[in-house]
Design a protein around this ligand. Structure first.
Ligand SMILES: Nc1ncnc2c1ncn2[C@@H]1O[C@H](COP(=O)(O)OP(=O)(O)OP(=O)(O)O)[C@@H](O)[C@H]1O
Ligand SMILES: [Mg+2]
Length: 659
């Protein structure tokens, strides 16, 4: 039971907790993704912008060089010196221009493209530069500037120093493209060429010069300074810029593990393919030398549009990732206590929900054990409250039903007892009746047998009495014999009447007439001298079909009994009326006599039942009356209390009454 109880709450808590934790984890994962992506997208937008700034710096440098060359070529002194062939002066002058403007080369060419002199000391001249694209365009009177690849031979022609500065050994780095040699010997030059023109516009020569980008950190550091403003993250520079020759870093501020500029390291294969081979701009995270960067690469093209290198700008990815992680940490820091608070709320809520259920379960148990008086005390106004109310209602109904059942049980018991008693009484009665019937038969048989001899005795004793004068001593004895014999005859007659009653002779009969006749009989008798008679006969009572003589016998019996019960003093009341349904005539004969005791009541109609002293009553009066009334389809009963008199009621139905 305990497991089931706690498990509902546990289930509730666990399922909610599952949803919360799952939701938390999901939002954490999705949130971190979104934060990261947003930050990285921001970083990419910035780096795209930074790359165009780097391009501006790069192009600015190129146009600076072009401006120096163009303006110098346009100087009058140069024109004059060239026209007059004053090479030495020009060479000194141009040497000064070169060093003042930090150019690596500055060469003066004749109008046919042959090198007149190079301003770098100890370098030969006289070679023909007319096949060079830039020189040719300058010869066509254009001032032009472009980046350009110089081979080692070309660099050597410009000076041994330059060739040495250009030479860069490859350094292996993780993820870089597989090496195709061990060093880079070419150089990237930012070159400009401008025509030297006479006043009439004839071409006097070409001024041509440039800057070697290899190991020249001016541009990349300018980019860093202008664009990234020397931002640092944990002691490291976040912004970097690089110029590639082909796929080799020739000028960069990306540092290797030792903190040196990562010159000679090479581009990763995929970037190389996208930018060098396909000429696309690359915007993505990329592994640069030692770290992941958010990078932007775009091709550097020479005057002919060939891709000769790459311009790169990149920012460390780590600050962005750390920022994302920091946001996430903050989020988690908020989330963990929130989950704890939610858990606490959940715990209390679940307990609150489960409590009424628990009460109800306990109540059910109590009720199952038979305690129907138990009620559930849930006061909440929600479904559980309603459930508890229904529950209490149900137990109340159960209680009622139970009480009713129990009540039925006891009444049933009582009824059964009553019926059993009645049955027993009926049975006793039956046995008694049976007994009486056989006694009756026996008596009737005897009565019949002694009736004739008794008749003879009576006749002869009468005759003897008539013949005996009164003064004779036997006269009195004979009188006694006649009297007692008459009495015997009456008893025998009564017995015979009871045992073999005569069939009534039915005729229209006026009941009131019969009653009046009975009263006429009584008037002369001594017993009735002190009895007051009250009569209440309803006028116009219908006549009924009956045997007037037998009915008279019945009423006589009842009247005599009443008079005997009153012992000659009291009131005799006679009533005759129609019942309310007008179906029978009711005759009531009441007295103010001694009444009937409770123990006598059941035996009143039994033949031979009498309370009168021996020789006074036979106990057949009521039994015979009962038989006669039954023959008339009527009924006879009585009501009485001891000492309160008695009322006998005879009901005679009118059906089949005389017309
Ligand atoms: N009106 C009455 N008041 C009180 N007791 C009565 C009344 N009528 C009858 N009884 C009782 O009923 C008994 C039986 O009456 P029933 O008429 O059958 O016989 P009886 O009067 O004793 O004798 P019998 O009628 O043969 O002279 C009587 O002995 C008497 O105890
Ligand atoms: Mg009687």
């Amino acid at each position: 039971m305990k497991v089931g109880r706690s498990s509902l709450r546990t289930k509730l808590i666990l399922s909610y907790l599952f949803v919360i934790v799952l939701g938390g984890i999901l939002s954490l994962v999705v949130g971190s993704r979104i934060i990261r992506d947003t930050l990285l997208t921001q970083a990419q937008a910035k780096i795209r912008y930074d790359l165009s700034s780097a391009r501006m710096v790069f192009d600015g440098k190129l146009s600076d060089i072009r401006d120096v060359v163009r303006l110098t070529a346009a100087r009058e002194s140069l024109r004059d010196g060239l026209a007059k062939g004053r090479t030495d002066i020009l060479r000194r002058y141009l040497g000064r221009v070169r060093s003042e403007n930090s150019l690596d080369t500055l060469n003066l060419l004749a109008a046919d493209g042959r090198v007149l002199f190079r301003t770098v000391d100890g370098v030969s001249a006289g070679d023909d530069m007319s096949p060079d694209g830039l020189v040719r365009r300058a010869m066509a009177r254009q001032a032009v500037a472009a980046p350009q690849i110089f081979s080692r031979e070309a660099l050597l022609r410009e000076g041994k120093d330059l060739a040495e500065r250009a030479a860069i050994s490859f350094l292996p780095t993780p993820r870089a493209a597989p090496p195709t040699g061990d060093r880079e010997t070419s150089g990237m030059m930012l070159r400009a060429a401008a025509p030297v023109l006479a006043e009439d516009g004839t071409l006097l020569g070409v001024l041509e010069g440039g800057v070697l980008v290899n190991r020249n950190f001016e541009i990349v550091d300018l980019v860093k300074e202008l664009v990234f403003k020397d931002e640092r993250y944990k002691g490291r520079e976040t912004g970097t810029s690089t110029i590639f020759l082909g796929d080799v870093r020739i000028a960069t501020n990306v540092r290797n593990e030792r903190g040196e500029r990562a010159i000679g390291t090479r581009l990763s294969d995929e970037v190389r393919r996208a930018v060098l081979d396909e000429g696309r701009t690359w915007l993505a995270r990329a592994f640069v030398v030692t770290d992941w960067y958010i990078t932007a690469y775009e091709p550097i093209r020479d005057a002919e549009g060939r891709i000769i290198g790459i311009l790169y700008a990149g920012i460390l990815e780590k600050p962005f990732l750390d920022e994302a992680a920091r946001v996430l940490r903050t989020f988690a820091l908020v989330a963990v206590p929130s989950v704890a608070v939610l858990f606490a709320i959940l715990f209390f809520a679940a307990t609150r929900i489960v409590r009424p259920l628990r009460l109800m379960a306990a109540a059910t148990r109590k009720i199952a054990q038979g305690d129907l008086s138990h009620t559930v005390e849930v006061r909440s106004r929600d479904e559980l409250g309603a459930l508890a109310d229904s529950f209490n209602l149900m137990t109340a109904r159960l209680r009622e039903a139970n009480a009713r059942l129990m009540e039925w049980g006891t009444t049933l018991e009582k009824k059964v007892e009553e019926r059993t008693r009645e049955l027993r009484e009926i049975q006793d009665h039956l046995v008694q009746s049976e007994k009486l019937a056989s006694i009756g038969k026996l008596a009737a048989g005897i009565a019949h047998e002694i009736n004739n001899p008794l008749g003879g005795i009576l006749i002869y004793s009468h005759l003897v009495l008539e013949d005996t004068p009164p003064h004779r001593p036997h006269h009195e004895n004979l009188k006694k014999i006649v009297k007692e014999t008459t009495r015997c005859r009456d008893i025998v007659k009564g017995l015979l009447d009871f045992a073999r009653p005569k069939d009534p002779e039915m005729a229209p009969t006026d009941v009131v007439d019969v009653l009046k006749k009975c009263l006429a009989f009584t008037e002369r008798q001594a017993l009735f001298q002190n009895i007051r008679v009250e009569k209440d006969f309803r006028p116009d009572l219908p006549r009924l079909v009956g045997d007037g003589a037998q009915l008279q016998q019945v009423f006589m019996n009842l009247i005599l009994n009443a008079a005997e019960a009153m012992n000659g003093h009291g009131t005799l009341s006679l009533r005759a009326f129609l019942n309310p349904a007008r179906t029978e005539i009711v005759i009531e004969i009441g007295d103010t006599g001694h009444g009937i005791s409770e123990e006598d009541k059941p035996r009143l109609f039994e033949p031979f039942f009498t309370t009168k002293e021996v020789g006074k009553g036979t106990g057949l009066g009521l039994a015979i009356s009962y038989g006669i009334v039954r023959k008339h389809s009527g009924s006879i009963d009585f009501r009485s209390e001891a000492g309160q008199g008695a009322v006998f009621t005879v009901r005679l139905p009118l059906q089949g009454r005389a017309a």
